[in-house]
Design a protein around this ligand. Structure first.
Ligand SMILES: Cc1ncc(COP(=O)(O)O)c(C=O)c1O
Length: 382
């Protein structure tokens, strides 16, 4: 073939071949923990499943193809992936991180990495010059999430990648919210991408998993070493489920985006809603950048319900199709209150400073019929 596969094709075929033993067209789930060797050290490429497993390898190759990297590494959770890549740092190293990151990433940096001697500075990355100004001689990594959780801020990956490149510091982008179908950070200059595959990549809310993809040979070698040495690897069954979920990522993302765009526009007109945060709306501060940087503004909407936490709670209690639950990115719609649920551990003053108001509701728009979803939202807000 003269041109590379499109993402829809790669999602179904990359890293996957008919099984040479049976001809099975679906990747077998190889549960073996160990592999027979013809003689000591002579084998078919696998020795022990923590070090390498055929089902995991298929997922890692598929993910690498989708993100445009050369190597992928699968983990038992998104935080397992983040923990592993953060261990490429050493005591005394400094990290710059976006200020609106997933709470678990903040906790990992603040409560786990900091006591190990790796300090982080959190800052709004909307202005690349501010990122440059925050660099220290000891800065060894820049970490960015875009769009962010839960405020859906959009940061300029290419501009921050340029700052990172000039400082010879790797830029790691958490691409969980966007997925490679909507945003390709490596093409924009990022060094590595991390994912919680728990979300859109698996897409069915039945796996907890993570991934790292990079095209940087030195980083890949180090991450590969750490994946085996630290051992936060996923089960072959979970790898199979994520591979299966990936096959429909394109069609799912197209529907997530189309439905979220429609619901966001309607919510913006609703009298019970104070404000809608969705990168696809012209009212969003990052709209122009999102349209440039992303193929679609994603399936997540945050909105502020008038009257604060109690009306927001009532809305969540009344929803019938949207389940009141944490997490996101599944085929089913979910809704949550950051102030009461995902971000309750952040003190109220800090939440207010970040812009996470008590009436904020975060919606993960699934792929149910969009008019059914609208009826559900309208009834809950009535
Ligand atoms: C953007 C983002 N990154 C990372 C994670 C962590 O992933 P996991 O829950 O799979 O450990 C999450 C989880 O919610 C997330 O939303």
């Amino acid at each position: 073939m003269s041109r590379p596969w499109s993402l829809d094709t790669a999602a179904i075929h990359a890293g996957q071949h008919a099984d040479p033993v049976s001809g099975a067209v679906m990747t077998p789930i190889v549960l073996a923990s160990t592999f027979a060797q013809e003689s000591p050290g002579r084998h078919k490429g696998y020795e022990y499943s923590r070090s390498g497993n055929p089902t995991r390898k298929a997922l890692e190759e598929c993910a690498a193809a989708l993100e445009g990297g050369t190597q992928g590494f699968a983990f038992a959770s998104g935080l397992g992936a983040s923990t592993t890549i953060l261990h490429t740092l050493a005591p005394g190293d400094h990290l710059l991180c976006g200020d609106d990151v997933y709470g678990g990433t903040f906790r990992l940096l603040d409560k786990v990495m900091k006591p190990l001697g790796i300090e982080s500075t959190f800052l709004d990355m909307s202005d690349a010059a501010k990122v440059r100004a925050a660099l220290r001689p000891t800065t060894r990594m820049i970490w960015m999430e875009t769009p962010t959780n839960p405020l859906l801020k959009v940061f300029d990956i290419a501009a921050v990648a340029e700052v990172a490149r000039a400082a010879s510091v790797p830029l790691v982008v958490d691409n969980t919210f966007a997925t490679p179908f909507l945003q390709r950070p490596l093409e924009l200059g990022a060094t590595a991408v991390v994912h919680s595959t728990t979300k859109y990549l698996n897409g069915h809310s039945d796996v907890v998993g993570g991934l790292i993809v990079t095209a940087d040979a030195a980083l890949a070698e180090r991450v590969g070493f750490l994946q085996n040495a630290m051992g936060a690897v996923p089960s072959p069954f979970d790898c199979y489920l994520v591979l299966r979920g990936l096959k429909t990522l394109g069609v799912r993302m197209r529907q997530h985006v189309a439905s979220a765009q429609l619901l966001a526009a309607r919510l913006e007109e609703h009298p019970a809603i104070e404000r809608v945060l969705y990168p696809g709306l012209p009212s969003h501060a990052g709209h122009a950048l999102a349209m440039r940087q992303m193929k679609g503004p994603g399936g997540m909407i945050s909105c502020v319900v008038k009257g604060g936490v109690e009306p927001a709670r009532r809305m969540l209690e009344r929803l019938q199709i949207f389940a009141c639950a944490e997490s996101l990115g599944g085929v089913e719609s979910l809704a949550e209150s950051p102030a009461i649920m995902t971000h309750a551990s952040i003190p109220p003053e800090q939440r207010a400073a970040l812009g996470i108001s008590d009436g904020l509701v975060r919606l993960s728009v699934g792929i149910e019929d969009v008019e059914d979803l609208w009826d559900d939202l309208r009834a809950a807000l009535a």
